[in-house]
Design a protein around this ligand. Structure first.
Ligand code: SF4
Length: 461
């Protein structure tokens, strides 16, 4: 999955168009975020409260999930439990078949990307259509999202215009309103025909059995209300204890994500419609998925990864993501949060490069609305990568560290080496490191040399 990170990152770095699109979008989001933060009187206090709620929930996750299930079912929903991706896809595919669904509309859901739901449904002869504009663009292009909030962030307006001209048969246009109208027209028909709507979940309230979906385009609202059946897919970490807790998360998520004070739509869904004449689906199925998440509950350090509210702020702030975009990470979750979540969800064997996809500058931790210490988790994962390598060979690395320890334990040898580097420069095997980095010039005389010289002659320079 992420074994090709090195190669894909280099390819991305060579793509000037991609880097331009990323720079423009991430700068804009960062600027909007800064302005939106200024409208909250106590931003730090809100971050602390959100983190405390998440910590409490994750400590008692079993209890809150049971409470959510009881209350959601009491309101008329059906709750299903999926251990992994295969089980989640099987449950959703079965529901679609039972309901005779052939055409499915989907609103944005990273969980559904995580389990490759579209491919699984297509194999059953069911056609899923993405209805979030960004997701629709990447689906038309046969690509995957490259950002958790802005799926088509890697695409320029000109690329989208060419794509729409080819796939939707419209005239080439660089007018955003014209492009959006073309997508809207194509999607309206899909909404009207759909037998089933699939959505993600931003928050699931244990106290009431309510799910909350935030969005800006109205497509999630249509997805969850027009078709006769609504399937909501959520990870186990989406649950929060109380309805009142939403107040703090609604302050943090839109501001951190898109720099909005509030998203255009907030759909609170509690069960199915009460009377036949009411609007809304007859059946609501909520699929609660683990898929590797419970492994992260094992320690306080890794558990915090599940506090993520998927705002995307850490991606926009990360100097690595800002240069290479999301596809290089080879995972549905890119950027700093992806670098800690992907190895934990899918295993280090396939993603051992990701914990190193960071300069550890801490920008992700500083912007995270729930104060996840991403650099600390990255270091923890790096230690695991090193342990794995040590267990399966890693002879070269062991040799290098033994040599380093031997040199550092022998002052004379250290001084000889420093003198050698000063005269001859860095030895060839280490030059790869300095190819893209500047090594600070060594002082003409080391501290030890100056010390000895002054002991001999206090007036020495
Ligand atoms: S780790 Fe924090 S900043 Fe990054 S997406 Fe999650 S909540 Fe947002």
């Amino acid at each position: 999955m992420a074994a090709s990170f090195d190669r894909d990152a280099r390819t991305a770095l060579a793509d000037g168009q991609l880097r331009g699109a990323l720079r423009q979008a991430t700068d804009l989001f960062a600027e909007r975020r800064r302005a939106a933060l200024a409208t909250v009187p106590d931003w730090e206090g809100a971050r602390d409260r959100a983190r405390a709620i998440k910590d409490e929930t994750l400590l008692h996750l079993d209890r809150y999930l049971e409470q959510f299930t009881t209350n959601a079912e009491r309101a008329g929903a059906r709750v299903h439990w999926a251990r992994d991706a295969a089980e989640a896809c099987e449950i959703i595919g079965r529901i679609a078949e039972q309901r005779g669904a052939r055409s499915v509309v989907k609103s944005k859901s990273m969980a559904s990307e995580e389990i490759h739901l579209n491919e699984r449904l297509a194999r059953r002869g069911i056609e899923p259509v993405e209805t979030d504009l960004g997701e629709y663009i990447v689906q038309l292009a046969g690509e995957t999202p490259s950002h958790i909030v802005v799926p088509a962030i890697h695409k320029t307006k000109a690329q989208i215009a060419a794509l729409f001209a080819e796939k939707l048969g419209i005239e080439l246009s660089d007018d955003v309103a014209t492009l959006a109208a073309a997508a809207r027209q194509a999607l309206r028909r899909r909404f009207a025909e759909a037998d089933l709507g699939i959505s993600g979940v931003n928050f699931a309230v244990a106290e009431t059995g309510t799910i909350l979906i935030l969005e800006n385009e109205g497509n999630a609202r249509l997805t969850t209300s027009l078709p006769r059946t609504h399937v909501a897919l959520m990870g186990i970490e989406k649950v929060i204890p109380r309805f009142a807790d939403l107040e703090v998360f609604l302050q943090l998520l839109p501001r951190s994500g898109t720099g909005q004070v509030l998203t255009a739509y907030q759909s609170l869904i509690t069960g199915t419609k009460r009377r036949p004449e009411d609007e809304g689906p007859e059946q609501l199925d909520i699929v609660v998925m683990d898929n590797g998440r419970s492994r992260m509950l094992a320690s306080a350090l890794t558990r915090q990864s599940l506090a993520c509210i998927r705002c995307g702020a850490c991606l926009n702030a990360c100097p690595v993501y800002r240069q290479i975009g999301g596809h290089a990470y080879g995972s549905v979750y890119p950027g700093p949060i992806g670098a800690i979540v992907t190895p934990q969800l899918f295993g280090l064997a396939q993603s051992s490069a990701l914990p190193y996809a960071s300069s550890l500058c801490g920008a992700c931790r500083d912007v995270c609305p729930v104060k996840i210490d991403i650099p600390a988790v990255l270091l923890h994962l790096r230690a695991q990568v090193v342990e794995r390598r040590a267990g399966s060979g890693g002879a070269l690395e062991r040799l290098a560290f033994s040599a380093y320890a031997a040199v550092m334990a022998r002052p004379r040898l250290f001084e000889c080496l420093v003198r050698g580097v000063r005269t001859l420069g860095i030895l060839p095997p280490l030059r790869a490191w300095t190819k893209w980095r500047d090594l600070r010039p060594l002082a003409p005389h080391s501290f030890r040399e100056q010390w000895r010289a002054r002991l001999r002659d206090p007036a020495a320079p």
